[in-house]
Design a protein around this ligand. Structure first.
Ligand code: PGA
Length: 245
């Protein structure tokens, strides 16, 4: 694992956007795995800025999002469809047919998951996967104690994740209790992975992800087994990790 410690959130966004830019410049039809949550918002803003300045062209880029709440329609303001369109997609020149998100209101979960996996394979696999990390070590919505070789599947969200994500809803009751997510096995097949974390809240989980034993209790620890992972963290999130160096 390569760990890059930068000064602050803006610097994380800047560095991650630069890696994504390099990827797209090297391979115009790159397949990107995208994440939601607060952490990658700055990266997306930086990508939009680069696009507007004419430095980036997304016309051949293909995207797959990590996850979607089960039970929320694409039009729901808290759905990840809605988030992605507003935060990124509507501002850049990705082709609609090249954008892939899981359907949270599918009537056939098994089919939806299988189709998603097939589409990822058909597009040649994910070249670069962006990840945030939950306080409990989840990546995508792969919660602790999930098996480490799963493919896209339906998961039950933990009380901790529901509580953490309730900040985007009116209250915790409104947060869906399940989600569809790429599995750890799907994520591990990405050729390159960039994991981003900022703030004190993430310091402990960042330290465990980098130095801890590989365990299903902290799903992100499995990334230690991947051969091309870059973790970009600010000084606050690096605090526990750095204090051990
Ligand atoms: P956050 O979420 O970026 O909002 O902290 C990360 C995650 O839960 O994966």
């Amino acid at each position: 694992m390569k760990v890059v410690v930068v000064k602050n959130y803006n610097e994380i966004s800047f560095q991650a956007a630069q890696l994504i830019t390099d990827q797209i410049i090297n391979k115009k039809n790159s397949v990107l795995g995208l994440a939601t949550g607060s952490t990658p918002i700055g990266v997306y803003q930086e990508l939009i800025r680069k696009f507007q300045k004419g430095e980036l062209d997304f016309s051949k880029v293909v995207t797959f999002n990590l996850d979607e709440y089960y039970g929320l329609s694409p039009e729901h303001p808290q759905s990840y469809h809605f988030f992605m369109w507003n935060i990124l997609f509507k501002h850049i020149n990705l082709k609609k047919e090249n954008i892939h998100l899981l359907n949270g209101i599918t009537e056939n979960i098994a089919k939806e998951c299988k189709q998603y996996e097939d589409l990822i394979q058909k597009s040649g696999g994910i070249d670069l996967q962006i990840l945030g990390i939950g306080d409990n070590g989840h990546i995508g919505f792969n919660e602790p104690d999930i098996s480490l070789d799963t493919r896209t599947h339906l998961v039950n969200l933990t009380a901790k994740t529901i509580r953490a994500n309730s900040r985007f809803f009116n209250n915790a009751q409104e947060v869906p209790k399940q989600a569809i997510t790429m599995g750890i096995g799907t994520i591990m097949q990405a050729k390159k992975i960039i994991l981003l974390a900022n703030g004190k809240r993430k310091a402990r989980v960042v330290e465990r992800t980098i130095n801890g034993p590989i365990t299903t209790k902290v799903p992100a620890t499995v990334l230690q087994l991947h051969n091309d992972v870059t973790i970009i963290v600010d000084q606050e999130a690096a605090f526990q990790f750095a204090s051990q160096q």
